[in-house]
Design a protein around this ligand. Structure first.
Ligand SMILES: CC(C)(COP(=O)(O)OP(=O)(O)OC[C@H]1O[C@@H](n2cnc3c(N)ncnc32)[C@H](O)[C@@H]1OP(=O)(O)O)[C@@H](O)C(=O)NCCC(=O)NCCS
Length: 175
């Protein structure tokens, strides 16, 4: 679906498809270089485009997962998704992740994508969404709180980055 951003840029938001494999890999390499808020150091992402396509195929057929891409023309500028588990005791829960390229941050993409993920999780009959975020990732925490996520706990020393430990905040939303 097309959306017009604050700066009048028209973007497309849609489910990832298998042919997005190469574009997603390019995107992940870029965000891992740009951001220290994510799990991987830049050199720690080694998936190939065909492995990524296979991952996307798995998500497409899963009743517990969703993977969304946002594009500026043909360029992937954001990916986001959630995944869960089929075990009965935790089948109601999904955990999410989101990233937007630096040049496109602050334009409303994060909010749009998060709203889409929440809606999709409800459609999949999920009733709890959670995430982990660096305690100093103020923009992300601001976004999550604006969408009704609550602070549920702290993972002390959750990240080791730049030769030091950083706590992670666990946030969750009842759907
Ligand atoms: C966190 C992230 C997903 C937010 O996406 P985004 O597209 O920039 O978010 P939005 O433009 O929808 O903005 C969401 C809110 O955060 C604020 N915000 C976002 N980027 C900002 C910036 N660079 N400076 C100031 N405020 C900012 C906005 O003011 C907005 O609040 P508002 O709706 O009250 O105005 C994005 O910054 C990102 O991908 N960062 C790097 C990876 C990351 O941290 N991922 C999350 C890991 S848990």
């Amino acid at each position: 679906m097309e959306h017009t951003l604050k700066n009048n840029l028209i973007i497309t938001l849609r489910d990832a498809v298998e042919s997005d494999g190469a574009g997603c890999i390019e995107f992940i390499h870029k965000v891992n270089k740009e951001s220290k808020n994510l799990m991987r150091e830049p050199e720690e992402f080694n998936m190939t485009p065909s492995e990524e396509s296979e991952f996307i195929r798995g998500v497409t057929v899963s009743p517990n997962a969703c993977f969304i891409v946002v594009l500026d023309k043909d360029l992937i500028i954001s990916t986001a998704g959630f995944s869960g588990n089929s075990l009965k005791r935790i089948n109601h829960r999904v955990s999410l992740g989101i990233s937007v390229l630096k040049d496109y941050q602050g334009l409303g993409i994060g909010r749009l994508v998060m709203e889409t993920l929440i809606k999709r999780a409800i459609e999949l009959k999920k009733s709890k969404m959670d995430l982990e975020v660096r305690i100093d990732n103020y923009n992300a925490i601001h976004l999550y709180e604006a969408l009704g996520f609550e602070r549920e706990g702290i993972i002390k020393n959750g990240f080791f980055v730049d030769n030091g430990y950083v706590d992670l905040l666990i946030m969750g939303k009842l759907l």
